[in-house]
Write a protein that binds this ligand. Sequence first.
Ligand code: 13P
Ligand code: SF4
Length: 370
Amino acid sequence: MIKIAASMPAEYRDASSEELARRIAAAKESLGSRLLILGHHYQMDEVMDFADARGDSFGLSKIAAEQRDAEIVVFCGVHFMAESADILTGPEQRVILPDLSAGCSMADMADIDQVEAAWADLATIVDIERVVPITYMNSTAAIKAFVGRHGGAVCTSSNARAVLAWALGDEKASARGDRVFFLPDQHLGRNTALSMGYDQEELVLWDPAQPLGGQMSDVIEQSRVLLWKGHCSVHGRFTIDQVRRFREENPEGKVIVHPECTQDVVESADAWGSTDFLIRWIEAAPIGTVVTIGTEVHLVSRLAKEHPELTITCLDDEVCPCITMARIDAPHLAWVLEEAMEGRIRNQITVDPETARWSLVALERMLEIT
Ligand code: 13P
Ligand code: SF4
């Protein structure tokens, strides 16, 4: 049976922001402790104002895993995050994504059929038992399940280094394999591996559109980290020219960026790290600091508002919102909450049990590592 998702009635789109805020607050009050609203840092203020907890994808996944009380979890973020919340919450808890079209273009760049085909290709060149698949949180549940089944783990931008060290070994622990197959963000994989001391030659790009990822077999044999050719279209907009321009205009200014930016941008920055790292950097900055941030603009604008003692700008002055994150807006939030009040669960995210089982293995490995 094909289920057609109900669409939001026009009255929500037409309502004023004041009315929507009043209705969201009333629905929250009425649902009380049955409801938990989680908000990713890239969400707009009209939504974030109502979040019970804010976080990056790692922080929110931990909250989803730890809390068992709320019967309804409204996830204000994108699809892969709501899937992870569904996997990490209990069977009686229901996860809602207010707008089902809030996807992530990076997650869409690794399709499970392509990944299965790449894995089979790789097995013709190297001992596949010694390849550890690692997927960034920004991937579908199907990819997380693939990784779980093949002995790998999920990572986020907060813990990619620890997860890579777990896979490839370091002074504290022995290696779980000879190489990592890193999905789907080449930049997070490359920036993290370079910062750990791996050489550029050990990092090999795997283009899923080409036979054998577009590489010669000896290059693959010498690799330590195979990087899936995926990227974030938002963070991919930041350029080294923007950094140069900012530095010319602000010789004392600082540049901080997210690791989804390209290698040259990350290397030219004063500091780089996960969303949570960027927030902590700002919170610790001395009064008067001039800083430009290479990450999603809703977060940058919120930080600028919350820290008037600093001068904060977005590295891309043409402004680059994540348009899919912005699909979660006050009308959709008001709609799903009012429907839930009436006992109707709209836009529920459910991951099938087999996929959920193996995704959970990969997610729990991450939570154990970090
Ligand atoms: P975080 O892992 O920092 O939450 O980032 C998620 C994301 O989508 C960044 O583009
Ligand atoms: Fe995906 Fe990039 Fe948006 Fe993050 S900012 S959700 S990686 S498209």
